[in-house]
Design a protein around this ligand. Structure first.
Ligand SMILES: [Zn+2]
Length: 321
């Protein structure tokens, strides 16, 4: 009998607010606001999509999240969904920009998120888009710092990395670094290993969203291993875009000492939760390897120390050690 992946304690370090929605919740909220139903989700298997097709679906789903009650519901359900898959700690990444129009301001979105997250095993990471004006990114970074005492854990850059220049975001990342917050840009999804290097060296990334193209350059792999910058690998996010599939590169990254955590990214669009991500990795990893990945996800998280210890103990028990 293979070990039950649901029983393996783990952290989900890469999850977007809208993308975390249950399809039924997305449909209900769309109906509530008299919006057209979502286009077919999840993304069709076996079809390679351009980024724009994905973004259009994402934007359609996001248009149905309009109030602090909606945000509270989505956060609560994301934690429930993750919890059912053995996730003991979730980090939700949110670009407040698109919701600010409905809630009144960027700050109001952040306050709604923090209210929703209170007393749940979930942390909030703010993000700007790679396509954003760097000054806007700086504004969000400043808000991340302002709300750090209330629970904001870090700052990231999401969306298609080809839309921005790494160097332009240095000031935003400097602000969050000075405040000691996590720096978690998406990188190395489409762009090559150089992009991962620049995010580590110029932005001081403490983790990288995706980053699988690092494998193209041994010196970038070595950099990640040396600085212990974890990759948030989301196995079901790559085939729909025809980029490097995770099972092809995971064994080499792990063998070279790169910390790897598995995460879900956008279950609403890809149709797969946390256990499904570990199932993909199981094609190339032993149970000991999967336990090591789960342990990395916990160590690379911003979870409270006591919770981290409990999850790490649970991982050892899962392996029977
Ligand atoms: Zn993402």
């Amino acid at each position: 009998m293979p070990r039950d992946l649901r029983a393996l304690p783990k952290a989900n370090l890469h999850l977007h607010l809208t993308g975390s929605m249950r399809p039924s919740t997305a449909a209900e909220l769309a109906a509530h606001y008299d919006l057209p139903p979502l286009p077919a989700v999840p993304i069709e298997p076996g079809v390679v999509h351009g980024w724009d097709a994905f973004q259009a679906r994402y934007d359609t789903a996001r248009a149905a999240v309009r109030s602090s009650d909606d945000i509270a519901r989505v956060v609560r359900e994301a934690v429930e969904q993750d919890g059912a898959d053995g996730v003991g700690w979730t980090e939700l990444q949110v670009d407040p920009t698109a919701y600010a129009g409905w809630l009144g301001s960027l700050e109001a979105v952040v306050e709604a998120l923090l209210d929703a997250a209170r007393d749940l095993p979930v942390g909030v990471i703010l993000a700007a888009s790679w396509g954003a004006d760097p000054e806007h990114a700086e504004r969000i970074a400043r808000i991340a710092v302002k709300y750090a005492p209330e629970g904001v854990l870090g700052f990231g850059l999401s969306n298609d990395e080809r839309r921005g220049q790494v160097r332009a975001f240095v000031p935003a990342f400097r602000l969050v670094a000075e405040a000691g917050l996590a720096r978690v840009p998406h990188a190395g999804f489409y762009a090559g290993a150089w992009h991962v290097r620049e995010c580590v060296e110029l932005l001081g990334a403490t983790r990288i969203g995706h980053g699988l193209t690092a494998i193209q350059d041994p010196s970038v792999v070595a950099l990640l291993a040396e600085r212990q910058v974890a990759l948030e690998v989301c196995p079901t996010s790559y085939p729909p875009f025809g980029v490097t599939p995770a099972p092809e590169v995971l064994p080499a990254l792990l063998a070279d000492g790169v910390p790897v955590a598995l995460a879900t990214d956008d279950p609403l669009l890809f149709g797969v939760g946390m256990v499904g991500q570990y199932e993909v990795a199981r094609q190339v990893c032993s149970d000991a390897g999967l336990a090591a990945i789960a342990a990395t996800s916990v160590r690379a998280s911003n979870a409270p120390d006591l919770l981290k210890r409990r999850l790490l103990d649970g991982i050892q028990s899962w392996l029977g050690e």
